[in-house]
Design a protein around this ligand. Sequence first.
Ligand code: ADP
Ligand code: MG
Length: 514
Amino acid sequence: MFILSEDSQRTQGRDAQSSNIMAGKAVAESVRTTLGPRGMDKMLVDSGGEVVITNDGATILNEMDIEHPAAQMIVEVAESQEEEVGDGTTTAGVVAGNLLGEAEDLIEQDVHATTIVEGYHEAAQIALEAIDEQVQEAEVDDEILKQVAESSMTGKGTGGLTAESLAETVVEAVRHVDSEDGVARDNVAVHTQIGASSNATELVPGIVLDEEPAHDEMPSEVENASIAVLDVELEVQTGEIDAEYAIDSIDQLNAAIDAEEGELQGYAETIAESGADVVFTTDGVDDRVSSALASEGVLLFDDLTSSDAKDVVSATGARRVGALDDLEESDFGEADLIRTENFGDDDLAFIEGGAAAEAVTVFVRGGTEHVVDELERAIGDALDVVATALESGEVVPGAGATEIAIADKVRQEAAGIEGRKQLAVTAFADALDIVPRTLAANTGQDPIDALVDLRAAHESEGRAGLITDGEEVTIDDPFEYGVVDPADVKREAVESATEAATMIVRIDDVIAAE
Ligand code: ADP
Ligand code: MG
């Protein structure tokens, strides 16, 4: 009896398991070489020839056109890691892949999938306890936050800029949006602009918009600005009904032109008299209005996108006005400084020190599109980890030290676990070794030797990572070198990798419609 259509494909049992596991492993493998401070970059070219150069796990997996459903689940690990904590995407993907590899061996030894799943879940609980034990006791201050930022950016394409100087900018940005209610991460924007070296990257105390003044003669800078935000068209009104004028004398023509001029002049006067010195409108503006406002010293931006208008409102405290007649001083927003600057093909408007503003913008500069894009991703990760570390107040040693500690604790506890489940718990510990091993491999070290040395150092010192310090690679206490990661990044990596791996292992039947 056939219950499936003839076109559907079905794989069952071991075949299904091993094909899923292979696909998942392959995806994880693809990002392995990018892990850590000496990780390499990947160049991804899409079918349209668009090029992305990156070291970021989530970006790589996102850009790859992955079709296999099990492989797709590893991509989701990276995605959820990115969403929840903003960093550790490569780590989570690589650990998930290795959990699958270990599971494959167990299946070959006839350990049932359910036993593996149970063992992995139990091991993950032990891992979380191990992470708690690794949390640094010192309070998370600016110094530690800078270390967190720097650790997340080391080895990323930060152009000519050192991770150290960027880290300072990142911490300053996050501190700015930190209050009793927590860290308002959304209030930190990142705006990229090519054309200068990455050294010119700076923190703008406000927002940056892709907008240019409506007229060349307008001031490029207004201090202590009174800001009006309009949804008003400042052009000749054509009227609701189509009207056609029959003009048959020069006098009539002149009268019509005068009427138009008068209407436009009226707009300019109303605005100038309102006392606003900077005006944003979401609609069009006639050149004659712009020119008249320019001679009054008013700075005007027209055809504003709706999202930019919203940003101006929340930065300056202005109220949007839908009709010129309604414009009142009480609708105005305030800012310390509004300035415009031309960058080759682009014009930008900076709104600094707005009355209602909590927002800050990391204004990222770089020589080319690829440089600023990768810098933007690195800064995005750094902002996320600093916000995460500040909110939870917990950091753990990086450079593989936390993974070594987790594996050690899991192995110890495994001894007390009965039956075949013990094998699965031990396998979980073995899978976590992939992080220090990969860090070693990516720095040109022998992974096995490094692992043995790390375990020995962990045993005697209680904390040992494989630290890259300039050209040197040493086994030492990562806290001494300021190599730290937020505890939540490690927790999330353990949880999301375990979840994906156990989900894939449990599948023994794949039914695919053609
Ligand atoms: P992920 O996508 O997982 O964040 P990264 O390429 O950013 O991958 O690498 C993160 C790993 O690099 C973390 O384990 C972190 O502790 C480690 N790391 C950061 N700085 C150093 C350093 N100076 N020496 C050794 N390891 C480091
Ligand atoms: Mg990272």
